[in-house]
Design a binder for this molecule. Structure first.
Ligand SMILES: [Zn+2]
Length: 353
């Protein structure tokens, strides 16, 4: 579902060349990719250094000595140190993107900017992740994941938490607002779906979009089912529709006139509208496949995930569950599926037809 490397085909060489060309183009715009290691399946995360005043870093990498060490080396290669950073911008609430932020901010005295509703989440990171886990647990049980698997996954999640770290946002941003540096203005745009806080930053003058995990070239960004920001989510309330939200956000991005997209993982993107169209087709195909499964008989989201991904539906239970629920939402929206609840577990069924 993510992190699969591209096979080394004759096309791979051309792809690497294109990547180098696009990175040079970013560098000409004063934006430098610093790829920082993470312990996650997705591999490295891209932080972007913007040579401007203040010296700006978009995203930080996870909270680990290895990430810090490599980030420092990447900065040194550009003649910079952590202490030179004046502004740290956080794209969204995932720990591979903000985990090092508190250390970087403390050492540099940099301001920390993020979308306003994300501030509370980042400041209260420990408690917020507890609430996330409680939310995920409720969703997993309701959608057919066995209780012992849920318990095991909660322990795994608690173990991962240290890759993040609470950080104080000193410069809250608003959707549609601007982040002004000396030589450029970044337009701040909220594009929820992959997570509730996804924010992209547009340099209109240079036609560059910093897209973080909203749009990635080599993998489809998982629309992870997440607790709404800033809310004590009532578990009995309707669940958020991450994929529906995500596709609406992609629709907005597709309409944008952008020459170069710099994502949070992997290589730059130059044909964003075509890539988004490809994503739309993939999601529609997957929804059809799920419809086929529930036409045969009603199934829980977990049963559907097992049909589609086998054992991965257990080891990556929440991720695969989010995928299935996202696509089930598309079918529900179109009136082609219904939810049937029995003993607290939901099954999806094809609607009469
Ligand atoms: Zn993310």
């Amino acid at each position: 579902m993510s992190g699969r490397g591209a096979p080394d085909t004759p096309g791979a060489e051309a792809e690497r060349e294109a990547e180098q060309r696009d990175l040079r183009r970013a560098a000409e715009a004063g934006i430098h990719r610093l790829a920082v290691p993470t312990p996650f399946m997705v591999g490295r995360v891209n932080a972007y250094l913007i040579e401007d005043d203040p010296l700006t870093l978009i995203d930080s990498g996870p909270n680990s000595a290895k990430a810090l060490d490599e980030l420092e080396q990447a900065l040194a290669a550009r003649g910079r140190r952590v202490e030179d950073i004046g502004l740290l911008v956080i794209s969204h609430q995932h720990m591979d993107h903000f985990g090092l932020a508190s250390i970087l901010a403390r050492r540099s005295g940099a301001e920390v900017a993020a979308l306003e509703p994300l501030g509370g989440y980042l400041a209260g990171y420990g408690r917020e992740s507890e609430l996330d886990d409680a939310f995920a647990e409720g969703i997993m049980l309701r959608h057919g994941i066995p209780a012992e698997v849920v318990t095991a996954l909660r322990a795994v999640s608690a173990g991962f938490r240290a890759w993040g770290s609470a950080v104080e946002v000193t410069r809250p941003l608003s959707d549609g607002g601007e982040l002004a540096l000396r030589d450029r203005t970044l337009k701040v745009l909220h594009r929820p779906g992959h997570s509730p806080s996804d924010t992209v930053f547009l340099d209109e003058e240079r036609s560059v979009l910093l897209s973080a995990d909203h749009l990635i070239a080599h993998i489809s960004s998982n629309p992870l089912l997440a607790r709404p920001l800033g809310a004590e989510h009532d578990l009995a309330a309707p669940r958020p529709q991450a994929l529906v939200t995500y596709m609406r956000s992609l629709e907005q991005t597709k309409e944008m006139d952008v020459g170069l997209v710099l994502p949070g993982h992997g290589r730059p993107i130059t044909e964003h509208a075509a890539l988004i169209e490809q994503r739309f087709r993939m999601h529609r195909r997957r929804a059809e496949k799920i419809l086929g499964l529930i036409e045969a008989r009603p199934r829980s989201a977990h049963e559907i995930a097992q049909e589609l991904w086998g054992n991965v539906a257990v080891t990556q239970a929440y991720l695969t569950l989010s995928e299935v629920l996202g696509h089930a939402d598309l079918l529900l929206e179109d009136g082609r599926a219904v939810e049937e609840e029995q003993d607290g577990v939901v099954r999806f069924a094809a609607s009469g037809g």
